[in-house]
Ligand binder design. Sequence first.
Ligand code: NDP
Length: 402
Amino acid sequence: MSKVIIIGAGGVGTVVAYKCASNSNVFTEIVLASRTKSKCDDIVKKIGAKNMKTARVDADNVKELVELFRREKPDLVINVALPYQDLTIMDACLECGVNYLDTANYEPKDVAHFEYSWQWAYREKFEKAGLTAILGCGFDPGVSGVFTAYAAKHYFSKMETLDIVDCNAGDHGKAFATNFNPEINIREITQNGRYYQDGKWITTKPLEIHASLNYPNIGPRDSYLLYHEELESLVKNFPSIKRARFWMTFGQEYLTHLRVIQNIGMARIDEVDYNGTKIIPLQFLKAVLPNPQDLGENYKGETSIGCRIAGKDKNGNEMTYYIYNNCSHEEAYKETGMQAVSYTTGVPAMIGAMMFLTGKWKKPGVFNVEEFDPDPFMEQLPLQGLPWVEVINEPLEVDKIG
Ligand code: NDP
């Protein structure tokens, strides 16, 4: 018997709810809670599972969270609200003796700053309480860390370079839309780029470094170097890595819109006065952009996300390794009513929860996914809709850049 509370009824929360419901042998009771209860009610009605119910909670408010956790007594909270709520939810978990899982590192609302320090600082408190917190269990971060841990366990004696490559070759037919929460997405992309080289972090201007990379079943796509949070934990947990980078594809149309949004001040995250009302331009923009949850219906094409790793194999010989998943927007939509970006995030979050509830990923403290055994998670990925493919000792392309 295990009970989970899913917090957040957005695109990712919808997929997590579907997948938990379809694994009812593990998830015997499910509560879907969000700021707007009607959204949870609609999702639960569509899924139609008997073991699900809904609740309203403001996850910025520890007291409300504590009331909910005391009432429902879950074993685990799956946090798929926004990164701003990570710490309040972790505080409430500690107060009520509940385990924790999320898909994105904590960000303060007033500065777009991505680092694990705030959440790693909870390690001792979770340890003392005998509770598990699993951080960053979506696709990237998430599966990207599990893929890296799998490569380290089964193939490499020494991993030297890691390039995480994230391609969305889908077409939703809109001039401009983001694939997950627009506010979080635009904050991430408009930041300086950053990568790890020989023990140091090197900062670039936003989207300064780019290259054309080939993606399986897709072909060449312009790929841009971004900072991404899993780089921080992966270079710490695999110290042999000398260079770690993250690449994401963007089309020219998307980048032109993004440039205009920034140039006219709509990406600002500070308050401005509008007719006596304080508004944050980026939050206002979110309200007028297409809702990522509504993109699924006409979305065509697929995503391809993977890790390209070079180093020495178990016998000390040079080795390259590429492991990836391709996910079809149409297939994701058919199964859950959501597009592949929400799907590739929600499925791993459910699998991470399953790993905890079945005792495979359970230890007191705060951990990134690569600190657990990757094998049982890798076994579940194809069974739950995310098959993976390995390519061994083929050129990686990325070694020619930089
Ligand atoms: P959405 O904006 O679609 O959904 C967020 C949900 O959180 C909404 O239902 C919203 O409620 C709810 N929420 C926001 N604030 C609160 C609050 N204070 N209290 C309770 N509920 C709240 O986002 P996505 O589903 O696209 O993304 C969810 C998370 O997944 C984000 O943290 C994102 O960064 C992460 N993500 C991770 C990825 C990965 O690979 N690791 C990839 C993509 C996303 P309401 O609708 O009522 O306002």
